[in-house]
Design a protein around this ligand. Structure first.
Ligand code: PEP
Length: 253
């Protein structure tokens, strides 16, 4: 059975005390409202991870937003998957479009990051998505397929079964432009079909595929009601406890 997941991505926001305070609010609110099988995750900047992992317990899981592709070594300023795991994190975002765009991260590098994350017991939330030009010129299925093939389809079936895919159209991230539920469902169904062709139908059926891009409490219910959308990766709305918890609650409504 695939899992229902709502993951927040705080990006480069919140000083230490602000992060603790927001996270504490979320944990308290989720304790009362989370009833089903859904999983809530907060992906925070590195400085928060250790403290949040202590506070989260099994109510809200913690993820990082990136990791380095090597196990350890002379890579000044970087943080390894092993270090992230060592503070109690369970998840790591890999291949967010902001990493691809501003830090020149490309599919083959992201494939290495995915492998090292898995080797260290982290669950990768692997992001794919097309730009507005790619959507408008109709090449988006090719773009998404190539991100899958070069990023994660090199994994063994056993490893692939451990990852989560996030479809995040670049034109919808932080813009207020959400993909319609039909647009998102079309792509999610395509991703699931590609997984079935590469691996098998059971693995495809068991893979959680999240939607990300200006998801908020108003549009989450319609998006999450689609048969191939298993939850969301939430940026801006994860910085407000009420909005984030309301998005989680849509699974129960
Ligand atoms: C994101 O950064 O992954 C994201 C989906 O951002 P937003 O919800 O702000 O569009």
């Amino acid at each position: 059975m695939r899992k229902k997941i709502v993951a927040g991505n705080w990006k480069m926001n919140l000083e230490y005390a602000e992060g603790i305070s927001l996270f504490s609010e979320i944990v308290n609110m989720v304790k009362d409202e989370k009833k089903g099988e859904q999983i809530a995750i907060i992906c925070a900047p590195y400085i928060h991870l250790n403290s949040l992992a202590q506070l989260g317990g099994s109510t809200v899981f913690i993820g990082a937003q990136n990791c380095h592709q090597k196990e350890s070594g002379a890579y000044t300023g970087e943080t390894s998957a092993k270090m992230i795991k060592s503070v109690g994190c369970e998840y790591v975002i890999i291949g967010h479009s902001e990493r691809r765009q501003y830090f020149a991260e490309f599919d083959e590098l992201l494939a290495e990051k995915t492998i090292i994350a898995l080797q260290n017991g982290l669950t990768p939330l692997f992001c794919i998505g097309e730009t507005l030009d790619e959507r408008n010129n109709g090449s988006y299925f090719d773009v998404l397929k190539s991100q899958l093939v070069n990023g994660v389809f090199g994994l063994s079936a056993a490893d692939f079964s451990k990852i989560v895919i996030a479809y995040e159209p670049v034109w919808a991230i932080g813009t207020g432009l959400t993909a319609t539920s039909e647009q998102a469902q079309e792509v999610h169904a395509f991703i699931r079909k590609e997984i079935a062709e590469k691996y098998d139908q059971t693995i495809a059926d068991d893979t959680s595929i999240l939607y990300g891009g200006s998801c908020n409490p108003k549009n989450a219910a319609e998006l999450f009601a689609q048969p191939d959308i298993d939850g969301g990766l939430i940026g801006g709305a994860s910085l407000k406890s009420r909005d984030f918890v309301d998005i989680i609650k849509t699974f129960n409504s």
